[in-house]
Design a protein around this ligand. Structure first.
Ligand code: XMP
Length: 547
């Protein structure tokens, strides 16, 4: 769907920088649609997409080195505004006849910045502000036609522009939150300089998407892999709105779901639920366990689970008769992280994308959410009237507990992680509810003074409340003592992260008393577990899941 959207779009050209997805997100926050493409994308292809603007991202290389990622100089002469960020800025200068050199000291971190407030790129930005710098190389001489529009103590050209040519170069990173005015700068670029009207909104997306699905599917039949997670649920709702009972949702219980989750999914999407669709539940636990037996390599496990999924769908499809489309809840970060969109290395092959076998018994794949970020998917979910509880449910990966059991998988290990995870979730929910109770009584007390503000505060959640949290089973067994007996049992790891976009994350600061309660319940109630760890790792360097 992404390729033919007849809408205003900005292209983010990826030079391998770590923030490429963030750039795209920030642009979308300005209600402007954008997509990420590798710097290897041919100029012709870029031209054919008729972008309103182009952003070149950062990257790890030095632009003057042999073999460094580069671009066709024509890119800057197409009459389309171009904004280069960090590496992109240096490359623009280098290609157009400026000079980039290695600095003696790396400029890194929060840096005071002075901007030319008359420059359109900095409209509304205070003259003195701060930015996030991360570079070794610097622009030692600007390309002809450029003027410096921002500087720092060590960097005379922190930003440069050639207004006439519509070219802009920024040495720092406006896309990260550490550059407080960065969003405004990007907004100035895409809305004012590129002239995008900012009509990319989720209600419009839902309407347009429903229209496209109807057009594409005709009277065909669609089979959807429904996991009960946010992505596939929103995909199901969108498809159900578009084509009703032409949609069959197959919910595969692969035996790697959270405790009781199978029944919960059935309650929402099954015949007793509120959606117009055909719902089939397949209890395939044993099949998956057999296939996974003895396998401990993470990527192999992911592939096995993904492939087995497709096999189950194929079988269901045969039973149903003619099926024309296989629908999936793939979202944009899955596409990019799988290395299919931009330039980034394959970090994990996501279940939704990576596990597709060569032989698929369907006419076509349909992925209605392929262009959306997670927060956009949630907005669409709300537009379609999916209950908030489901829309804001924490993410659960396609391979499920399969990637939360480090090493090989057995039914027994699944039971341990399910039970531990259920306890963890129960206790976090309890602690959060207590916090809210205390907080709202406080708010009610204040209500005489500032009623609306107090009511607003009552909606808040504790600062430690994680955006995603779960138990994982480590492959570590250790000696312990329980009663008078020696034990040699498994260790559970508790993971809890605070994150805005799931691309970067920090460990959540859950009160120690809550962790202690969870620990003691797990050790007392979950047979086979005698130790509990709390994972402090942020992302990067860790990922949120363990495998
Ligand atoms: P990582 O582990 O990559 O996770 O930091 C980022 C977010 O993605 C979820 N995740 C997945 N979701 N299929 C999915 O649909 C997958 O294979 C998968 N792997 C990770 C993870 O739970 C986190 O929210």
């Amino acid at each position: 769907m992404g390729q033919n959207m007849e809408k205003e779009r900005v292209l983010v050209i990826d030079f391998g920088g770590q923030y490429n997805q963030l750039v795209a997100r920030r642009v979308r926050e300005c209600n402007v649609y954008c997509e990420i493409y590798s710097y290897r994308t041919p100029l012709e292809q870029i031209r054919e997409m008729h972008p309103k603007g182009i952003i070149l991202t950062g990257g790890p290389a030095s632009c003057y080195e042999e073999g460094a990622a580069s671009c066709d100089p024509e890119l800057f002469r197409m009459g389309i505004p171009v904004l280069g960020l960090c590496y992109g800025a240096q490359l623009m200068q280098h290609v157009l006849g400026g000079e980039v050199k290695r600095a003696e000291n790396r400029e890194y971190g929060h840096t005071d910045l002075t901007v030319d407030t008359a420059a359109p790129l900095f409209a509304g930005v205070p003259k003195e502000t701060t930015c996030w710098m991360s570079h070794f190389d610097y622009i030692s001489k600007m390309a002809p036609g450029f003027t410096s529009i921002a500087h720092t103590a060590n960097c005379p050209v922190a930003a440069a522009s050639n207004e006439e040519a519509g070219l802009y170069a920024i040495q720092f990173h406006p896309e990260v939150l550490h550059t407080p005015e960065g969003s405004l700068m990007l907004r100035n670029f895409v809305r004012d300089i590129c002239g995008c009207s900012g009509d990319w909104r989720m209600d419009a997306f839902a309407r347009e998407s429903i229209r496209r699905i109807r057009e594409k599917v005709g009277d065909g039949k669609v089979l959807l892999a429904l996991s009960g997670g946010v992505d596939s649920s929103v995909a199901a709702a969108l498809l159900s709105r578009a084509i009703g009972k032409q949609l069959t949702c197959v919910f595969v219980d692969h035996g790697l779901l959270r405790k009781n989750e199978g029944d919960e999914v059935e309650a929402v999407f099954g015949p007793a639920g509120a959606f117009d669709l055909n719902f089939i539940r397949v209890n395939a636990q044993d099949r998956f366990y057999v296939k996974l037996a003895g396998e401990s390599e993470p990527e192999r496990k992911r592939k096995i689970i993904g492939e087995e999924f497709i096999r189950v769908f194929e079988e269901e499809a045969k039973k149903i008769g003619r099926v024309d489309f296989l629908a999936q809840g793939t979202i944009y970060p899955d596409v990019v992280e799988s290395g299919l969109g931009g330039e980034s290395a394959v970090i994990k092959s996501h279940h939704n994308v990576g596990g597709l076998p060569d032989y698929v018994d369907f006419k076509e794949i349909i992925e209605p959410l392929r262009d959306l970020f997670k927060d956009e998917v949630r907005k669409v979910g709300l537009e379609l009237g999916i209950p908030e509880k489901l829309v804001f449910r924490q993410p659960f990966p396609g391979p499920g507990l399969g990637i939360r059991i480090i090493g090989d998988i057995t039914a027994e290990k699944v039971r341990m992680v399910q039970d531990a995870d259920a306890i963890y979730r129960e206790e976090i929910a309890k602690a959060a509810a207590e916090w809210t109770r205390d907080h709202s009584s406080q708010a009610a007390g204040n209500a005489q003074d500032h009623s609306s503000q107090a009511a607003g505060n009552a909606q808040e959640r504790p600062a430690w409340m994680p955006d995603q949290y779960f138990a994982a089973l480590t492959n570590v067994r250790s000696v312990g003592v329980m009663g008078d007996e020696r034990t040699y049992d498994y260790a559970i790891a508790l993971r809890a992260v605070r994150t805005v976009d799931f691309m970067t994350a920090e460990a959540a600061d859950i009160p120690f008393s809550v962790l202690q309660t969870v620990m003691s319940r797990i050790i007392n109630e979950v047979r086979g577990v005698n130790r509990v760890f709390y994972d402090l790792t942020s992302k990067p360097p860790g990922t949120i899941e363990f495998e």
